[in-house]
Design a protein around this ligand. Structure first.
Ligand SMILES: *Cc1c(COP(=O)(O)O)cnc(C)c1O
Length: 364
């Protein structure tokens, strides 16, 4: 099955179950608990923190799109990442991409560090730097590719080769590319994370997170942490994500095609000094000539919305220095190029001419 078809048809088990009515859209099973037919009998469902048919349908879909063995759905992307961090113990070392999503940095530096987990930030696009950082205590390498907001690309397959047969989990946050454009497991990742809030749901109307595991043993360990700590996705939000994924393929194609044109256009503008676009996906960051130009754009855009987040049908513009990366220590932030002249664009699926016109007018 091709990816476009899989987005619509990959999850089938709900149709095969006795509660199927032929409904084309997945029903929302808004039930906290499930009655047992009799002693020692079960419908397969007990309690919605452990499993729920609507959520299970969404997990099946993501598992299939990512080519994993199983997935767990969470209330948010951060809940998904926090759950993965529960696989580690005090003294374990994790090598993480230095240019990570700000929320992941906050989790690692405050909560994981307090739990005795040692995080080493490395430019994972530099393979020799990764090699030098690996020690006997390394238990995982946590990659985000392309990075946020500087769009640096890490070659997952080569990192996997560096790991060899050492007992190190390769974890990839695939939020930016989505399973439609990239499958980390096929390139050697053991765990794939998504903020389902972004492209998967795609309409800026819900929060969600996913962890997909390469093996069923790992999927089960993550499922047990999830049902124990409880930050699960609700049936209604699972429904919204499932519905969003039906159009993932056409949304990604359109957003990516818009982004390619906008990146080219930005490069030709005299007030833009650098454009970061990895030639894939629909996220662009760019640097303006002055702080005034950057702030002017934020004040003047009309169609483009000045808001955090990404991956929806509407084009959003973000100011990483005060929004997504506000909590990164200033010196570290500036050394990574995240200054007051940097803007980040999540390109939506509007007509590209309208997006460019809005940017053009905001720069006057
Ligand atoms: C948004 C985001 C997260 C966090 O997801 P939430 O759903 O906001 O909790 C994690 N990683 C990346 C790359 C993100 O963009």
């Amino acid at each position: 099955m091709k990816p476009e078809t899989a987005c619509i048809h990959a999850a089938t088990s709900i149709r095969n179950k006795s509660h199927s009515t032929g409904a084309v859209a997945v029903p929302i099973f808004q039930s906290a608990t499930f009655a047992h037919p009799g002693f020692g009998q079960s419908t397969g469902y007990d309690y919605s923190r452990t499993q729920n048919p609507t959520v299970e349908h969404c997990e099946e879909l993501i598992t299939s799109l990512e080519g994993g063995a199983g997935a767990s759905a969470f209330a948010t992307g951060m809940a998904a990442i926090a759950t993965v961090m529960e696989l580690f113990r005090p003294g374990d070392e994790i090598i993480a991409t230095d240019d990570l999503y700000g929320g992941s940095i906050r989790l690692f530096n405050n909560i994981s560090a307090k739990n005795g987990i040692i995080i080493k930030y490395v430019d994972t696009s530099d393979l020799s730097a990764v090699q030098v950082a690996i020690t006997h205590s390394t238990k995982a390498i946590f990659i985000e590719t392309p990075t946020n907001p500087m769009m640096k690309v890490t070659d997952i397959a080569t990192v996997k080769k560096l790991i060899g047969n050492r007992d190190i989990l390769l974890i990839s946050d695939n939020t930016f590319l989505t399973p439609y454009l990239f499958n980390p497991i096929a390139h050697g990742a053991d765990v794939v994370i998504h903020s389902g809030t972004k492209y998967l749901s795609g309409h800026n109307d819900t929060l969600a997170g996913f962890v997909v595991a390469k093996t069923s043993e790992l999927a089960e360990r993550i499922h047990i942490v999830k049902k124990t700590t409880g930050a699960v996705l609700s049936p209604f939000d699972a429904f919204l994500v499932t519905r969003g994924i039906k159009t993932l393929a056409i949304r990604m194609e359109k957003a990516q095609s818009n982004a390619r044109k906008i990146a080219e256009w930005l490069k030709s503008q005299s007030k833009i000094t650098a454009v970061h676009y990895p030639e894939q996906g629909a996220m662009i960051s760019f640097t303006t000539d002055t702080v005034e130009t950057a702030q002017n754009i934020l004040n003047k855009v009309e169609l483009i919305l000045y808001a955090e987040s990404l991956g929806g049908v509407e084009t959003l513009i973000t100011y990483p220095a005060t929004q997504t990366h506000a909590e990164v220590p200033e010196a570290e932030r500036l050394s990574r190029g995240i200054d007051e002249k940097l803007l980040r664009l999540s390109v939506g699926i509007e007509a590209v001419e309208d997006i460019i016109k809005d940017l053009e007018e905001s720069m006057l």
